[in-house]
Design a protein around this ligand. Structure first.
Ligand SMILES: Nc1ncnc2c1ncn2[C@@H]1O[C@H](COP(=O)(O)OP(=O)(O)OP(=O)(O)O)[C@@H](O)[C@H]1O
Length: 334
């Protein structure tokens, strides 16, 4: 299947008083046409900075380093001029953020904001754009869209506002929708409805989706592929099914153990991963997971493992590297 987005060696640093925060430090990703990629990882692992970098929405003191590549429809988004990006952003690629109240303007009606999003990229009349806005509100499941188009954001519930944000993001039928924790601010029932809506829209509009979440349950339900981030890097990526059934990286294994599995009773304690994520100011020299890995080898302390073919995907782990060909369970546990 064709790849729609390919991120190679993405590095996004922030120059702070305390030093250089290497928030994203060599990320590799791939999103295939019409497919959904989940990006998971603990808080601070660099998921949001990765998404913002893809959209080139990184502001000072942040910077994307020169040898980063973001290939999308024949362009390298890391290198093209801002003016060209503006024609892609909100058009070919759109983004939905965590908290709709901060991305919707409180002084304009939701209709006006959708109309603006449409007219930024399409030569249509205000009336045509308004008709399209109503249609979009209907598409995202807002009742009485002809009336709600004239509502202000504060007159809507959190779930409805998130639907409006999705409508805006879809205004120009993007090929890629990036959703950064789109349901975190919502209560559980509404979360499920919004995820269901995203799934439905993805299928109807045949767009690709990047879904950022810290919830592996959401990944299992929504995604085709998954990229696991740790300390500013992708430590494992590949098809969801194979990663869930046969994780290659010890961090992925630990993450999977930390979620309640289907059929598990509430009383069973969840595993928490002992230890702390290292600081983005001072990443360890070798593998960044080394301090939390039970099976670390000497080499893991010294050399960073590359993201290499492993299982049905890719993993960055020396333990896997040292498994002889043909053996499923070898050196990793020696
Ligand atoms: N504007 C900024 N200035 C300095 N550091 C920043 C800035 N934005 C992000 N960072 C740093 O980048 C790192 C990665 O942050 P990011 O928000 O991408 O993590 P995340 O995985 O999305 O976490 P969360 O799940 O909490 O959103 C963090 O250490 C954060 O402090």
């Amino acid at each position: 299947m064709m790849s729609l987005l390919r991120v190679e060696n993405l590095r996004t640093y922030f120059d702070t008083r305390a030093g250089v925060m290497k928030a994203v430090d060599g990320v590799d990703l791939e999103v295939r046409e019409g497919r959904t990629l989940g990006i998971v990882g603990e808080s601070g692992s660099g998921k949001s900075v990765t998404a913002l970098s893809i959209m080139r929405l990184i502001e000072k003191p942040g910077r994307i380093l020169p040898d980063s590549h973001i290939f999308f429809e024949g362009n390298d988004l890391a290198a093209i001029p801002e003016r060209e990006l503006e024609s892609l952003r909100g058009n070919r690629i759109s983004m939905v953020f965590q908290e709709p109240m901060t991305s919707l303007n409180p002084v304009y009606t939701v209709g006006d904001q959708i109309i603006e999003a449409i007219r930024l990229h399409r030569r249509v009349s205000v009336q045509q754009a308004r008709d399209r806005a109503v249609e979009l509100l209907r598409l995202v499941g807002i009742p009485s869209p002809e009336r709600r188009v004239d509502a202000f954001p504060h007159q809507m519930s959190g779930g409805m506002r998130q639907r409006v944000m999705i409508a805006m993001a879809l205004a120009c039928e993007p090929k890629l929708l990036i959703a950064d924790e789109p349901t975190t601010a919502l209560d559980v029932t509404i979360q499920a409805q919004i995820l269901e809506l995203l799934r439905q829209l993805r299928d109807e509009l045949s767009m690709a989706v990047v879904l950022i979440t810290h919830d592996l349950g959401v990944v299992a339900e929504m995604c085709d592929d998954v990229a696991v981030m740790y300390a500013g890097q992708v430590v494992e990526r590949g098809p969801v099914e194979s990663i869930f059934s046969d994780p290659q990286h010890p961090y992925t294994e630990a993450l999977l153990r930390s979620i309640p599995l289907l059929g598990m009773t509430k009383a069973e304690p969840l595993t928490v991963i002992p230890g702390m994520v290292p600081s983005a100011l001072h990443w360890p020299t070798g593998c960044r997971f080394v301090a939390r890995c039970k099976n670390a080898l000497d080499r893991c302390h010294r050399e960073p493992p590359p993201l290499a073919r492993s299982g049905s995907g890719y993993a960055a782990c020396w333990l896997r590297e040292s498994i002889p060909e043909g053996s499923q369970h070898g050196a990793a546990h020696r």
